[in-house]
Design a protein around this ligand. Structure first.
Ligand SMILES: *Cc1c(COP(=O)(O)O)cnc(C)c1O
Length: 357
């Protein structure tokens, strides 16, 4: 079976972890600081704050922007549950805008329809590795005085008009093993705003700047030096990983684009897509998925149930009607595109799909 995801952990990562273990400094220490500096530079921002998951990064980003009880945050329902749940965790209310059918990213026109006097922030998700429309979102945020918090958990290294995601507002990244780069579990907050950065650092460690002096509420969201050591090696390899994803995606698209029952990914002008997922649209999605699995092709559905239709959100009273989101949830299918997928695997995926006709 060609797996849908596979982290690439090499000898360099093993060595880096061993050396941290031997040092005895195994919680947050110098490796975390080094990783933060390198990741800030890579993303093109002044500050990066490492935490222990992407969910923690989203939660801290929201809190550091002052989001809480009584506020509304407009985001996409077509995402991993953490997008909505991190907003709930602050006490604020997630408000779901619909998506664009071509890119699966939040639709700026739908954002405008959802703005109320309680709206405080927009949280676009750069889904599958393709940047959301940061031009339109930036303009809406400016007109309505809203914070922008980017869920960049799937988009390390992606760019919009030449600027890396995570540098438009407060960025939130995940380093879970299936993402474009990993630290095992881990996350990162990125920002140019010194105040947001300082608050994020405090929230990460129980609201303290100085040990045993606690000024604001916080959690223990610290990253370990063990994780940061893996991250430093992976960051050196991220461009190579992303290029391999882009090459695999381009061969898949060349092999599938003429099939009339499959819509291959659309890359919007000015966007660099880093293909966290290679996602097609097809009407008989479930039969195609079963056929592919029977023929050795691991595939995935991201996401079969939009956030607003999850049991928790129904319980909370969400009754939204988001037609493009709901249609996408029925039609998307992701094919293996990660750097461990070899040329012969890509050929196998294409011929398997083509032979079905
Ligand atoms: C993975 C992911 C998260 C959460 O990251 P974790 O590290 O698993 O907590 C949030 N949002 C999106 C879009 C993701 O893909």
């Amino acid at each position: 079976m060609i797996p849908i995801a596979k982290p690439l952990i090499g000898e360099a990562e093993v060595e880096a972890v061993s050396s941290v273990l031997r040092s005895g400094m195994i919680a947050q220490g110098p490796k975390v600081a080094e990783f933060e500096e390198a990741f800030a530079k890579y993303t093109g921002v002044e500050h990066a704050i490492a935490v222990n998951s992407g969910t923690a990064a989203l939660h801290v980003s929201l809190l550091a922007n002052g989001i809480g009880q009584g506020d509304e945050v407009i985001t996409s329902s077509f995402s991993f549950i953490a997008t909505g749940n991190s907003i709930l965790a602050t006490g604020a209310r997630p408000v779901f805008a619909d998506i664009r059918p071509d890119t699966f990213n939040i639709d700026p026109d739908s954002i405008l329809e959802k703005i109320t006097p309680k709206t405080r922030a927009i949280m676009p998700v750069h889904l599958y590795g393709q940047p959301a429309d940061m031009q339109a979102i930036g303009e809406i945020a400016e007109d309505h005085n809203l914070a922008v918090i980017e869920d960049a958990c799937q988009a390390h290294g992606a760019s919009f008009n030449g600027k890396r995601v995570g540098s438009f507002g407060t960025g939130s990244f995940s380093f879970y093993p299936t993402k474009n780069m990993t630290t095992s579990e881990g996350g990162m907050i990125t920002t140019d705003d010194a105040q947001v950065a300082e608050k994020a650092r405090m929230i990460r460690a129980h609201g303290s700047k100085q040990r045993y002096m606690h000024e604001i509420p916080g959690c223990n969201y610290r990253m370990t030096d063990i994780a940061a050591a893996i991250g430093l090696v992976q960051l050196d390899r991220i461009d190579e990983f992303n290029s391999a994803r882009q090459k695999n995606a381009s061969v898949l698209t060349d092999g599938l684009r003429d099939l009339d029952y499959i819509t291959t990914p659309v890359v919007r002008e000015g966007c660099e897509h880093v293909y966290h997922q290679y996602t097609v649209r097809t009407e008989n999605r479930d039969t195609l998925a079963d056929y592919l699995k029977d023929n050795g092709v691991g595939c995935g559905i991201y996401y079969p149930i939009p956030i607003h239709q999850q049991p928790l959100y129904k319980e909370l009273g969400y009754t939204d009607n988001l037609p493009e989101t709901e249609k996408a949830a029925d039609e998307v299918l992701s094919l293996p595109v990660h750097p461990a997928v070899e040329e012969k695997d890509i050929e196998h995926i294409i011929t398997t799909i083509r032979n079905r006709e």
